[in-house]
Design a protein around this ligand. Structure first.
Ligand SMILES: [Zn+2]
Length: 306
């Protein structure tokens, strides 16, 4: 069974309050239809239909302080309660304590690699990202670190231009406006969703990292947050149009709350959504016993490796 993991950074299950929660304020007709007309909030979960399951996962993990990206992502990638083992939440980028967990056979990428499964991080990275890494000015975040440690390549500008990868904003608009690469391919959200489905069909496990959601949460920027979510909703529409449910499961989850409560610029202690789209039996199998972030990596492994 294939898994497509759409990772939304910093998106928790919040209140049914359009003043503070862009998941209520944004126009998200595709996601709402999947959830029986309801928004992606705490009061909607748990939820199950013939097509989707939604459950709430604890991201605090029994550790004092607010959950952070490096530890949260390391937990998602390994199934180990890294925050508890090191005694604190840490982020955004892994420090040596966190990186140690991403450095051996612990991660989902390395375990899939050991079993000769195909895996990819669908994001493309621009030339200046690689220049920053090579010069030591920039550190890998947890997901690219885990991927490269396992021996899988990061996708580049060439991959994006050739349609083998996705831009971090899905549409490519940011490559043009923020990176100045004015010839970067532009996709509508729907076409980016179709592209996502095509790419995911090539791999046993594919992951896409939508990190801008956490950034908008820190900025407490409601219009930007709504625009990001509306783009995501369009992507979901294109993706579901092209997705063969017998092919595998789509998983949408996050590392910690943030965006769902714009009354604070900090992360939150909210639960995070685990949204599963696909046939009922594999969804139920995936969700079995899942209560916090530590259950995700083992569930992915069970689904792919059997
Ligand atoms: Zn953050």
């Amino acid at each position: 069974m294939r898994i497509l993991f759409l990772f939304l950074d910093g998106v928790g299950l919040g209140a049914d309050d359009s003043q503070v929660n862009p998941l209520v304020a944004a126009r998200m007709p595709i996601l709402r239809a999947l959830l029986g007309g309801r928004p992606l909030t705490a009061s909607t979960s748990p939820f199950e239909t013939g097509r989707v399951s939604l459950l709430a996962l604890d991201a605090v993990l029994g550790v004092n302080g607010l959950p952070q990206s490096a530890t949260g992502q390391a937990v998602l990638l390994t199934g180990i309660n890294v925050a508890k083992e090191i005694g604190y939440h840490y982020g955004p980028k892994p420090n040596p304590d966190v990186a140690a967990y991403l450095n051996n056979g612990n991660t989902i990428f390395s375990r899939l690699r050991a079993r000769s499964k195909s895996a990819a991080l669908l994001n493309a990275y621009p030339p200046r990202y690689f220049q920053g890494i090579d010069s030591g000015r920039r550190l890998y975040s947890a997901i690219p670190l885990a991927l490269t440690n396992a021996g899988y390549p990061l996708f580049t500008r060439d991959d994006l231009y050739a349609g083998r990868a996705l831009s971090a904003d899905f549409t490519g608009e940011g490559w043009r406006s923020l990176l100045g690469l004015t010839d970067a391919p532009l996709l509508s959200p729907e076409d980016a969703g179709k592209r996502t489905a095509e790419l995911a069909a090539k791999y046993d496990f594919s992951l896409f990292e939508y990190w801008a959601t956490d950034y908008a949460g820190h900025k407490q920027d409601m219009p930007v947050a709504c625009s990001l979510l509306e783009t995501f909703d369009g992507v979901l529409g294109g993706l579901l149009d092209s997705w063969d449910k017998d092919l595998g499961l789509i998983l949408v989850t996050s590392d910690h709350g943030n965006l769902e409560d714009l009354s604070t610029r900090r992360h939150t202690e909210s639960t995070v959504p685990c949204l599963l789209i696909g046939s009922r039996d594999p969804r139920r199998e995936f969700a079995d016993g899942l209560t916090d972030l530590t259950g995700i990596a083992p569930a992915i492994q069970r689904a792919i490796l059997g």
